[in-house]
Design a protein around this ligand. Structure first.
Ligand code: LRH
Ligand code: MN
Length: 430
């Protein structure tokens, strides 16, 4: 039986921190009550908040230049699920993971589903991959996949997405995420209209194979690996495609897939209005699709996104049911530590947005009292909600300080012994 962090260690560490936690929580409760906010209501919603872990994120990531694997790297999906379970054991915020195929391919998906259930982890949206050629693949995706000029290549890509749906059904998923790298590097290389038509034709065939209660998430991205045009480059194109395909098609927002300084929270607001917000791939970035840890570069931007989400749920926006997932590449940190902190940072932005006095904000906005409106919103962001996040973890059976417990458990050192190093790829994101 491979090593799992003993529940007793979590208990010991929590006992050490319990008094300070209770004092901080009570103090914040008193402060929020003065502002007319019931801390218990916030803690209950944070405790119910969940974000999915990307299976491709628990291994050390890399760039096109290099990848520096760490000790105890997961050797495959079974090790990845163990690490996903450890993240949830300590944060109680990540009950599901989002798998990627064929990276997580196995022979027996029922065995995989049982293994995951045994660890207390479920499966969120499945991700297809027609942005790489697999060994033995008949036709190459070098010049595209679902939008390729050759019908045979499009059919191959459609078949792969249908296979992902069938795998997802065995795992209990309810959604397929489709990100394609299709695009061009030279003006004239492709006809910008025809490639979109081919994409819609192909996705129409994938859409037709979705089970009744499934959704398909279309993921737009400005550029990379294509550097002149990208077929699904922005939210407008994604929304056009979703509306052309049908009500099960929604638009997924990966925070890193936009030009620098784009107002992403406004894109979120528009997609909510259209009833087509699929959800998110949370991460952070400074330049391009950097896939840095969520909330590590621009936590105020993450807060502004959650402000739109809380506002939408408060006004009962139609069809509002976003899926929350992380999508990051951990090149220089222990992926488990990064994913735990990132999950907590999404909870932090959510709690801060829940604290905002929406009635007073609307009043100030309608009165065009600009500074008052900004300060009412900012008051949520500047509130240190750490005691609420810790209380939610504690009540859910997790760790007050997940990083402290993880380090005290020597999990990584033990896994380094259990998992002999495998020759990983010398570069690339996984
Ligand atoms: C594309 C992307 C997509 C995944 C991949 C690993 O940049 O965000 O969501 O398939 O990363
Ligand atoms: Mn993504």
């Amino acid at each position: 039986m491979s090593y799992r962090i003993p529940e007793a260690l979590i208990g010991e560490e929590n006992a050490r921190l319990a008094a300070a936690q209770a004092e901080d929580y009570a103090a914040l409760g008193r402060r929020l009550r003065r502002a007319g906010v019931d801390i218990e209501a916030i803690t209950a919603r944070v405790a119910a908040f969940a974000v999915a872990v990307p299976t491709w994120g628990v291994g050390t990531g890399g760039t096109r230049f290099a990848r520096f694997p760490g000790p105890g790297e997961p050797r495959g999906i079974f090790d990845k699920l163990e690490d996903c379970a450890t993240i949830h054991q300590l944060t109680r915020a990540t009950p599901t993971c989002s798998p990627h195929f064929p990276w997580d391919k196995v022979d027996d998906y029922r065995e995989l589903a049982e293994f995951a259930a045994g660890l207390g982890v479920g499966f969120d949206a499945v991700n297809s991959n027609t942005f790489q050629d697999q060994p033995g693949q008949t036709l190459s995706y070098k010049f595209g996949s679902l939008s390729h000029s050759q019908k045979a290549v499009r059919d191959q890509a459609v078949a792969h997405n249908v296979e992902c749906i069938e795998i997802g059904e065995k795992l209990g998923s309810k959604a397929l995420t489709v990100w394609i790298a299709d695009g061009s590097n030279f003006p004239g290389q492709s006809n910008l209209d025809r490639v979109f038509n081919w994409y819609l034709e192909s996705m129409g065939e994938v859409y037709a194979r979705l089970p009744g209660d499934w959704r398909v998430f279309l993921e737009h991205k400005l550029n990379e690996p294509a550097f002149y045009s990208t077929v699904i480059s922005d939210w407008g194109t994604s929304l056009m495609a979703a509306q052309a395909l049908g009500p099960k098609a929604h638009c997924l927002v990966d925070l890193g897939h936009h030009a620098p300084n784009v107002n992403i929270e406004q894109i979120v607001s528009r997609l909510i209005r259209a009833g087509r917000l699929a959800g998110f791939h949370f991460n952070d970035s400074k330049y391009g699709d950097d896939d840095l840890d969520t909330g590590s570069i621009d936590p105020f931007r993450l807060f502004r996104v959650f402000n739109e989400l809380v506002d939408a749920s408060a006004r009962g926006a139609a069809g509002f049911d976003p899926a929350y997932m992380l999508d990051q590449s951990h090149n220089v940190t222990d992926p488990i530590e990064s994913l735990m902190v990132s999950a907590m940072e999404t909870q932090r932005a959510y709690a801060q947005a829940l604290i905002v006095d929406r009635e007073a904000l609307a009043g100030a906005q309608d009165a065009n009292d600009v500074m008052l409106a900004h300060r009412i919103l900012k008051a949520g962001f500047v509130t240190d909600v750490s005691p609420i996040l810790a209380e939610a973890r504690l009540r859910n059976g997790g760790a007050i300080d997940p990083i402290a417990v993880y380090r005290a458990s020597n999990y990584r050192k033990v896994k380094a012994k259990e998992r002999p190093a495998v020759a990983g790829s010398s570069s690339g994101i996984v």
